[in-house]
Design a binder for this molecule. Structure first.
Ligand code: EPU
Length: 336
């Protein structure tokens, strides 16, 4: 384990923003992590795939990139396995591994950028499935004490793009492994999401297997979301706002076509992409940052943007959505 100084984080964040870490190291095991912590360098920031951070300046202290690997299969019952996956494993590589092995449960979460250890932090979700649906437990190292701690599903307090690790547990842990429950037979195929049904029909598939779902999700994501290797981005920049029925009624008075998804508690989720598009931002460029032309919820680095450029664009979008619709958008990306 080597600690490097003034280390460029540009290749390690999917926005491709230029920023350095005062000190940087990559760790491949829990013991290497403990050694890094013993350096005494503070504050510590744990980096996963760098796909949900907006760097607005250099990072002080010590940046630790979690590269802890490994996948272990734990047979559970006739139709179920538990799979314990290292926090540094690339999420999509884990999904492809599961699909290839005929393990069901994560196929709807294909092609999500980032690492397995970062996935529970924001309870990643797409096309009708969230991480919490397949989650069993996780192991983490307390950055203060170096001690290992287990977290059950309840302790993780999962919500929409939210968890304990974004609230009281923020910045306190490095997630070293995550255990999932996957099916080996009798898979729960989830095709509720409209886009997914449409793509499967276009592919001529009426009885989809997990590999068909994975392929269709990859197709949809590739057609709507920019590839971070080509255009810097962090996926959805904002959360879809959840508003009250009254607020939604006000929205309908402004635009009777406002799309919405009813929530179990009577509130309503409105697609932020639609609100942003209605305010004329879709495809708009401001300096070197922009609002993606095919999905307004995604902000992009069009080349040479700074974190401040993206942050300013986000603030302008929040203000204009609020002025037009009275709805407050909240960033989903972690702004550093
Ligand atoms: N829409 C527009 N204009 C746009 C974009 C969206 O009008 O530019 C409206 C349309 O009505 C569309 C609806 O929004 O039907 C939903 O759009 P989409 O299916 O693309 O999903 P989303 O709500 O914009 C969410 C997640 C994505 C996830 C997709 C699919 C959040 C913040 N985002 O986006 O997650 O892939 O659903 O499940 O919940 C991410 O978190 O980084 C991410 C990409």
């Amino acid at each position: 384990m080597e600690i490097r100084q003034n280390f460029s984080l540009q290749p390690l964040n999917t926005f491709g923003l230029e920023a350095t870490a005062d000190n940087f190291t990559a760790i491949f095991s829990e013991n290497e992590l403990r050694t890094a912590l013993r350096s005494g360098l503070r504050p510590v920031f744990i980096l996963g795939g760098g796909s949900n951070i907006l760097l607005t300046g250099n990072l002080r202290g010590l940046v630790i990139q979690n590269k802890i690997g490994g996948i272990e299969i734990i047979p559970k019952s006739k139709n179920k396995v538990w799979v314990e996956v290292g926090g540094g494993v690339v999420w999509h590589e884990f999904v492809l591994w599961a699909v290839e092995n005929g393990f069901g449960g994560v196929e709807n979460l294909s092609l999500i950028p980032g690492s397995v250890g970062a996935a529970p932090v924001q309870n990643i979700g797409a096309y009708g499935v969230e991480l919490k649906d397949v989650f069993v437990k996780l192991s983490a190292i307390d950055l203060k004490t170096g001690k290992k701690q287990g977290f059950s599903k309840a302790e993780c307090q999962f919500g929409y793009r939210n968890s304990f690790f974004k609230n009281a547990g923020k910045g306190r842990f490095c997630i070293t492994s995550v255990t999932f429950e996957l099916t080996t037979a009798g898979h729960k195929i989830n095709t509720n999401y409209g886009d997914l049904q449409k793509t499967l029909a276009e592919n001529g598939i009426s009885n989809p297997q997990i590999s068909d779902i994975s392929r269709a999700v990859i197709q949809i994501r590739s057609s709507k979301l920019p590839d971070p290797a080509k255009i810097g981005n962090c996926g959805s920049f904002f959360k879809n706002p959840e508003i009250s029925r009254e607020e939604y009624d006000n929205l309908l008075e402004i635009n009777e076509k406002a799309p919405h998804f009813p929530l179990p508690d009577g509130r309503v989720k409105v697609p932020a992409g639609w609100l942003i598009e209605q305010c004329g931002w879709k495809g708009k460029r401001v300096g070197n940052a922009g609002c993606y032309e095919k999905q307004a919820l995604v902000l992009v680095n069009l080349g040479g943007a700074t974190g401040e450029d993206v942050k300013k664009l986000a603030a302008d979008i929040i203000q204009s959505v609020f002025e037009k619709f009275g709805v407050s958008l909240e960033a989903e990306v972690n702004i550093l």
